[in-house]
Design a protein around this ligand. Structure first.
Ligand code: ADP
Length: 629
């Protein structure tokens, strides 16, 4: 047999990521072992799952286990599993490439932020690559269960890796780490512990991987004294009693499960008894993962077990899609072991479980909102946008969700809830005033806010990308309509005084003249009840299509209905008075026309929209400035 070793360069992003890992992850080098053991445990899960339909894969083979072996002289640590293993293609796919979405963005973020690096890496989860914190060469030997040949992958973590076909007697994966010399002191950190020492390995396993359900074995003692010791207690953490579990144990299990390096924000652990028996251990993460809005991501991140046997990852029946950020496991006592994705879909027990998990999660959030607003604010920043999707999709949880939502408000910097808003509403206010805007600053600048402000009304700013969708279905809270202040006609409950009516009536010919001038630009011109300082603003029709929908139609090449807006004028503004004066003067007609167009342009600028004809606008403005008057 001719032996061929193929050398392959790392994908550029992998290379960059490796550099960053090696140089910046010094706070806690021990976690590489947790990552490798987690991967080994996942590989054993996968084998067990595949063997349900292909029993020949495990029949007559060794019991599933993870083994650790050390050689202090050669400075080698091996992590060995007899799990599913990888084919050659899988090796290239999984450990030569980083297929995860958002990698580029992630690397950019890391580069610009030296201090926050460990935390950011935690969000991304670099897994296997963390080996290069402690090793200067890593050799992976692996054979996929059911295949004949194995593969050896070797790399120093710099530039390239090699691949080679090998004979490997057992399926599974061996990761051999050539550890860096001991005396190497790292920048900003202590000395790296010696992972060829058995007690270091034992302590690290106890600390980070005790709950792994497969035995983590290590040969201890020498010669005749040698024996195999199991380092972990192997008890799935969720089967233990809550009062016996330390917070740090919960946190380590979370990290194993999610590959997140940050602690979770909240842990929810309960056992349901009665017609449907199961245990759930759920976590609310503290940071938003980079791929939260990636449409290819799973619609649930909760794993399903039946009687402690892993059945499937990311089980979509367990939570509604707007709780897809919740992590954890559910272990059922009464579902059949051979349950499949298809049969799960119409399973009544699953419905019951989903209801209960949803309720528990929402209750936990409600408690956090009431008792720890700071933590809740953090939660909302990370996941509020996803939770709000529930207001669009659900009717069952609408009430609870609408009280969990936080809103930016014109009343101040602190965000508020709807009950808080309603509590502050003046008696005469009948509706909940809201304003869709790209961000808080844009909302603050909106001319539509003026009259409401002047009247002492508070307005909620809807600044999340999902808000436009949400508003299509979320129309009222507590019997009060949500009213978009920049659409249709608003009635602030202010009185229509005779003076006002008279003034507007007298100016009716002006409206007509402006309408004629701007006929190509706007649908209607009318006097405003919402302006106090600005001369004019643009208003969406009550039932017009939301801008997001229009954009969607445009992007997908579909016909876009022409949709003009209305221009509202402030009848008391001196500029409007001036227009009226010009209108009456035949000789000034050209100027009247220019002013109308300037006014329209100004209304666009005030709301942050692009001008329809910037060249004309700036020409008119220049002329006006030159004339000076
Ligand atoms: P993650 O585990 O977060 O996906 P890693 O970089 O740690 O990221 O691993 C990448 C992939 O390599 C894993 O998803 C898995 O498919 C594969 N892999 C890693 N270790 C093993 C192993 N011991 N056995 C089988 N596959 C493995």
């Amino acid at each position: 047999m001719t032996e061929t070793i193929e050398t392959i360069p790392f994908q550029a992003e992998t290379e960059e990521l490796l550099e960053l890992v090696i140089h910046s992850l010094y706070t806690n080098p021990s976690i590489f072992l947790r990552e490798l053991i987690s991967n080994a445990s996942d590989a054993l899960d996968k084998l067990r799952f595949e063997a349900l339909t292909r029993p020949e894969l495990t029949e007559g083979k060794e019991e599933p286990a993870i083994r650790l072996a050390t050689d202090p002289e050669a400075r080698i640590l091996c992590v060995i599993d007899n799990g599913i293993g990888m084919s050659r293609e899988e090796v290239v796919q999984n450990i030569g490439t980083i297929a995860r979405s958002g990698t580029k963005k992630f690397i950019e973020a890391l580069k610009g932020n030296q201090e926050g690096t460990p935390e950011l890496i935690g969000q991304f989860g670099v897994g296997f690559y963390s080996s290069f914190m402690v090793a200067d060469e890593v050799v992976v030997e692996t054979r996929r269960a059911g295949e004949e040949k194995g593969t050896r992958w070797t790399s120093t973590g710099r530039g390239e890796y090699t691949l080679e076909e090998i004979d490997k007697p057992a399926h599974g994966t061996t990761i051999m780490l050539h550890l860096k010399p001991l005396d190497e002191k790292r920048e900003g950190g202590d000395q790296v512990p010696d992972f060829t020492q058995q007690w270091t390995v034992r302590e690290t396993v106890k600390r980070y991987s005790d709950f792994i359900e497969y035995p983590i074995e290590m040969e201890v003692g020498e010669g005749d004294e040698a024996k195999v010791e199991v380092l972990n207690s192997r008890k799935p953490i969720w089967t233990r009693l809550r009062q016996d579990i330390e917070e740090s144990e919960y946190n380590e299990f979370y990290k194993h499960l999610t590959h997140d390096w940050n602690d979770p924000l909240r842990t929810i652990h309960f056992k349901a008894e009665g017609t449907t028996e199961y245990t759930a251990l759920l976590y609310l993460p503290s940071k938003r993962p980079l791929d939260l809005f990636d449409p290819n991501q799973a619609k649930s991140k909760i794993h399903l077990y039946v009687k402690r046997v892993f059945i499937m990852a990311d089980c979509e029946e367990l939570v509604p899609v707007w709780l897809r950020f919740v992590r954890g496991v559910v272990d059922s006592s009464d579902l059949p072991l051979n349950i499949s994705r298809e049969t799960l879909q119409h399973n009544r027990q699953m419905d019951r479980i989903q209801k209960r998990l949803t309720k528990k999660t929402l209750d936990t959030l409600g408690e956090m909102r009431d008792k720890d607003r700071e933590a809740y604010n953090g939660f909302w920043d990370a996941f509020g946008g996803v939770l709000k999707e529930g207001l669009y999709y659900e009717s069952e949880y609408k009430d609870q969700l609408s009280e969990l939502a936080l809103f930016e408000t014109s009343a101040g910097k602190e965000r508020c809830t709807l009950p808080e808003y309603v509590e502050r509403m003046p008696v005469k206010q009948k509706e909940i005033y809201v304003l869709l805007a790209p961000d808080r600053a844009a909302a603050e600048r909106s001319p539509h806010l003026e009259a409401l402000r002047a009247e002492g009304y508070e307005v909620l700013f809807l600044v999340d990308a999902v808000d436009e969708f949400v508003l299509q279905r979320f129309e009222e809270y507590g019997g009060k309509k949500l009213r978009q202040i920049d659409r249709g006609e608003v009635d602030l409950g202010g009185e229509d005084t005779p003076e006002r009516e008279e003034r507007e009536k007298a100016l009716e010919p002006l409206l007509e003249a402006v309408r004629k001038e701007l006929a190509d630009e706007v649908e209607e011109v009318r006097f405003s009840k919402r302006l106090t300082e600005s001369p004019a603003c643009l208003v969406e029709g009550e039932n017009s299509m939301p801008p997001q929908m229009l954009r969607f139609l445009k992007e997908t090449g579909q016909p876009v209905p022409e949709q003009k807006r209305s221009l509202e004028l402030n009848a008391t503004h001196s500029l409007v008075q001036r227009l009226e004066a010009l209108r009456g003067d035949e000789a000034q007609f050209a100027r009247f026309s220019d002013y109308c167009h300037l006014l329209f342009g100004q209304a666009l600028l005030a709301e942050g929209s692009p001008l329809s004809d910037p060249a004309r606008f700036s020409k008119l403005l220049t002329e006006l400035m030159v004339e000076g008057e």
